[in-house]
Design a protein around this ligand. Sequence first.
Ligand SMILES: Nc1ncnc2c1ncn2[C@@H]1O[C@H](COP(=O)(O)OP(=O)(O)OP(=O)(O)O)[C@@H](O)[C@H]1O
Length: 348
Amino acid sequence: MITFDSVTKRYPDGFVAVDNLSLEAETGQITVLVGPSGCGKTTTLRMINRMIDATEGQILLDGSDVRQIDPPTLRRGIGYVIQQAGLFPHRKIVDNVATVPYLLGWEKKKARDRAMELLERVGLDPKMAQRYPFQLSGGQQQRVGVARALAADPPVLLMDEPFSAVDPIVRTSLQEELLRLQAELNKTIVFVTHDIDEAIKLGDKVAVLRVGGKLAQFAAPKTLLSEPADDFVREFLGRDRGIRRLSFVSSSHLRLRTDLTVSSSSGATPSDDAWLMVVSEDGKPVGWLDRDEPFGTYVHGKDSLRAALDAALLSSSGQAVALDESGRVVGIATRKALDEALSEAADG
Ligand SMILES: Nc1ncnc2c1ncn2[C@@H]1O[C@H](COP(=O)(O)OP(=O)(O)OP(=O)(O)O)[C@@H](O)[C@H]1O
């Protein structure tokens, strides 16, 4: 766990970049620092690995004051990923990833084997290992940056706007990759971004900072969306707060109708008003009976209420097709069921 206890950073010119910050970044979780430009996110992050020293207060890493630990020892246990990856341009990818193991005196083969394993872990083709950074796309370089930070298996990972220099599609895939990796690795991650959507997607908890380095709110994404602490946070969260909150509401409470499905061999005829979903022999959705309209699906209980609503909006049926994890139809969420679930969500 990383604990900020009344931490202030005053730069030599007197500017207060971080003002009396107290928060805890839990072990094995992703804590996101988010806020407008200049609010002190990077300063806060760099005080953890002592690239910047706090002026007042204490930062504790698993109970030990970081200022009592000499910086090289401290940084051995802390991976650091920055925007545009910051790779060494004249080193091959494999050697970039092996940087810290080399510094730690690992023998070359062991360090390179570790690097190759990590490249695979972050979803890069092993063939990339022999290339130089300029021969990789921005997104690939960013993956290398993550692999490099993980090389010595540090328990803590600091990530400073790591995905902000890539296009939105690559960015989404990097975010998903990080969540997948984190599910395996359980690192204590502190992640800086100015993008509130990224914060909400990645954070177990999100610290919203305002200019002047003051903490405006520290909460789980769901709480931020439903109970923003003040107008600043509300405005920073932006539009569609209500819809976005549905991403954190489970679809498992949606009441499903099983009488609105028909097997493809049944020869059923449509009734006037009902939309019936034809289901193949192996349980997969085929299409609406006698209606040439698209249909939308979601995985019941796994996807959010937002996903179910989105699926319903894909066709004029207004109904979502609920699937199990292997893609078989488990029932139909009707408008009425969605309506009920939405009003429950609005209440709670
Ligand atoms: N060495 C320094 N001396 C004086 N002021 C500084 C110094 N470094 C940063 N600052 C100021 O401290 C404030 C916080 O900077 P910081 O880089 O932590 O912000 P940030 O939230 O990460 O911003 P951005 O999103 O733009 O990267 C800014 O106003 C910055 O100008």
